[in-house]
Design a protein. Structure first.
Length: 269
């Protein structure tokens, strides 16, 4: 198996390829997949891993490469929303046969892929997670799925809350009717989480989901004054207001325990 790594958002740590290749070889032996890192991953242009044009070109290059079986998005940060729609417009037939994995800011691209029915899409750890505590377990969990992409029968998706809120009403917004929607957040104040949930649960299309599961909300800054509700109470409030069932917790988040959630719910024909 050949897995292409591209960075639609921020620059990837240049130490990752060698470290990850060693780990993969030791973990899988002769069955180890080949990891192919696009040079674009290591470009720098202000906040981004190269200018928009370079990030679009890299995505299109690897998506349309018939020798690659999967696209593993290198890391999050910010920037995928600037390139997702333009890149997807150039995806050809080879792109439809691939697996795609990422999370956080990569959710913009995953949403667009899912909306257009391109490939098999999953929320899951990325190469940059190797830098987290227990990151080796995280990246191997992602690779296990890429090597054996089991898709459960239940209709489900997973997104970072802020990313989901921002993509609503854009061409990237997928039809999530009947899906279990899992959400997680990182480094956002509780009032911002509350505001994003107001926006998400007010969307008429989101109100068609089968229910919401709450992942981990980590690194939440202190609120001044104290907000008075935690993330569970906030989600339960907006689910009650919107009529969306609250289905409990999901094992996703910005940490090494982040699990793989294979998107499912549309026909591939």
């Amino acid at each position: 198996m050949r897995i292409g790594v591209v960075a639609p958002s921020c620059q990837l740590d240049s130490s990752i390829p060698e470290r990850l290749t060693v780990l993969v070889s030791a973990s899988y032996g002769r069955a180890a997949p080949e990891l192919v890192f696009h040079d674009q991953c290591f470009l720098s242009c202000g906040h981004f891993a190269g200018p928009d044009e370079a990030r679009i070109s890299a995505l299109v290059d690897y998506a349309n490469d018939p020798t690659l079986d999967a696209i593993w998005l290198a890391r999050g940060g910010y920037g995928a929303c600037r390139v997702a729609e333009a890149a997807l417009a150039q995806f050809g037939s080879a792109a439809h046969d691939k697996l795609y994995m990422g999370f956080s800011d990569a959710g913009f691209l995953l949403a667009g892929l899912y909306t257009q029915g391109v490939g098999r899409v999953a929320h899951g750890p990325m190469p940059a997670d190797l830098n987290r505590e227990d990151g080796e377990e995280a990246v191997l969990r992602a690779l296990d799925w890429l090597l054996d992409p089991v898709v459960p029968e239940v209709a489900q998706v997973a997104f970072n809350l802020t990313v989901l809120s921002q993509l609503l009403g854009t061409p990237l917004q997928p039809d999530l009717g009947g899906h279990i929607l899992m959400i997680e957040e990182v480094a956002e104040s509780m009032y911002r989480i509350d505001r994003a949930l107001f926006h998400v649960t007010s969307n008429p299309e989101i109100r068609k989901v089968a229910g919401i599961k709450l992942g981990r909300c980590s690194q939440v800054p202190d609120n001044e004054p104290v907000f008075g509700m935690d993330e569970i109470a906030v989600v339960q409030h907006w689910c009650a207001v919107s009529g969306i069932p609250y289905l409990g917790r999901a094992d996703i988040g910005h940490d090494a325990a982040n699990t793989v959630v294979a998107f499912n719910g549309y026909s591939r024909g």
